[in-house]
Design a protein around this ligand. Structure first.
Ligand code: NZQ
Ligand code: ZN
Length: 396
């Protein structure tokens, strides 16, 4: 195993009705002027934003609000939020929504804390952040894990670049997680979320080394749990226990717990998907499902032990006498595809609804190389040619 640091400073407030504590919690964390940041319509329609505002009013905290964050959140909205916050002397940001809203809030927080530099430079990796305004979240979709992660993903719509910046200073001060808030989600978003949650753990599972038994067993348990409750939610979306299991799994999958002791993880599927998100604006989790089976079949020979273990321990593949490792591993990937189909997820680009040309595939590979500084992957380090081959497999 490798040495590691595990740092999860985010305070979690979990359960029914917890959003009503927002005002008091912000006060405890020193916020005195708040930007409430949210997405399109869902949080307005459900009355959540009104409840949050009432909670802040009750705590005597002045607030301004900015909605309109879109999935695959835009840099232009970040700039709008920075201007509004500056104008109003905001010192604390409350994100009410999912990964897109939280990431937009994180980027605003970086930008406000260092107004002399362009915030996009962080995402181009030409500098690192020195400060970040405090922020917190009220989570409305279990998926990205941004409510506990150090990660922030923003799309520059002008250039079509979707880029991540990771830094511990952006971890939320607290995250309010009421599983009931996720009950208004369309099924496709619920299941895309479950797919993303699993992928955050799978990215840390398929590595070339440093794995610890305790980490593996936590990861496998998390994956089996998400599969079980993802299927339950597909037919019974109002099931509170299932919503709660998935919501907590979403945070644990991406707060570092399932990567302790390994080499940092693979993350190639994520980086390949980010390019699809930047070019075609696809839903993140569904995009991951569309590319993972092709990635898995392409790289498995380089990491066979992990793929065999995954097939048996997570997908429940029964190893019959005479089966080769490769046959077991392939059966695991097929079982994963069956699971994706059972929850309404795609397993290739056609099912996702995109058909990139050869030239677009090359552009995505080039952009991915730039975003990753020349290559990505632990199970197998991917070259430009590898990326193109995987995209083509996922397209055919
Ligand atoms: O905008 P509204 O109307 O709220 O609709 C949203 C949006 O259309 C809807 N939604 C959210 N909560 C709802 C709801 N609809 C009904 N009821 C509710 N309670 O769901 C849609 C998707 O929301 P979004 O925030 O985009 O979802 P998600 O949490 O999957 O976030 C995706 C973004 O996070 C990034 C992704 O790349 C993508 O940009 N990621 C961020 C990570 C991080 N910061 O750690 C890690 C991830 O790997 C990921 O890359
Ligand atoms: Zn993800």
């Amino acid at each position: 195993m490798f040495n590691f640091q595990y740092y999860t400073p985010t305070r979690i407030i979990f359960g029914k009705g917890t959003e009503n504590q927002a005002g008091q919690l912000i006060k405890e964390h020193g916020g005195s002027s708040v930007l409430i940041h949210y997405g399109g319509q869902s949080a307005l329609r459900s009355g959540l934003i009104d409840r949050i505002k009432a909670s802040l009013d009750q705590a005597g905290i002045p607030h301004v609000e900015l909605g309109g964050v879109v999935p695959n959140p835009h840099l232009s909205k970040v700039r709008e939020g920075m201007a509004l916050a500056k104008e109003n002397g905001v010192d604390f940001i409350l994100a009410v929504g999912g990964g897109s809203v939280i990431d937009s809030a994180k980027a605003i927080a970086y930008g406000l804390a260092d107004p002399d530099h362009d915030v996009w430079e962080l995402f181009q990796h030409t500098r690192t952040a020195t400060a970040c305004l405090p922020l917190a979240t009220v989570l409305t979709i279990a998926a990205a894990g941004s409510e506990m992660s150090n990660s922030c993903v923003i799309t520059n719509a002008e250039t079509g670049e979707k880029r991540a910046y990771d830094d511990d200073i952006s971890r939320p001060k607290f995250s309010i997680m009421n599983p009931e808030l996720t009950m208004t989600l369309p099924d496709y978003q619920t299941e895309s979320g479950c797919t993303d949650i699993m992928m955050h753990t799978m990215e840390r599972y398929f590595t070339q080394g440093g794995n610890m038994e305790i980490t593996d067993v936590i990861a496998e348990g998390l994956l089996r749990t998400v599969m079980k409750y993802a299927e339950i939610l597909h037919s019974d979306p109002g099931n509170y226990e299932a919503r709660a299991e998935i919501m907590w799994a979403g945070s644990l999958a991406h707060n570092g717990l399932t990567g302790c002791g390994n080499d940092g993880g693979d993350f190639a599927t994520h980086m390949l998907e980010h390019e699809m998100g930047g070019m075609f604006d696809v839903t993140h989790g569904a995009g991951l499902a569309a590319v993972w089976p092709s990635w898995a079949r392409y790289v498995m020979d380089n990491d066979m032990d992990r793929f065999v273990r995954y097939a048996v321990e997570v997908m429940g593949v029964e190893r019959k006498a005479g089966m080769s490792d490769k046959e077991v591993a392939l059966a695991g990937v097929s079982a994963m595809e069956d699971f994706y189909h059972r929850i309404g997820m795609p397993v290739n680009m056609k099912e996702l609804g995109i058909a990139p040309t050869d030239q677009q595939i090359e552009e995505m590979a080039d952009s991915c190389l730039r975003a990753t500084g020349g290559g990505i992957g632990s199970a197998k380090r991917l070259t430009r040619e590898d990326m193109i081959a995987i995209y083509k497999m996922a397209r055919e």
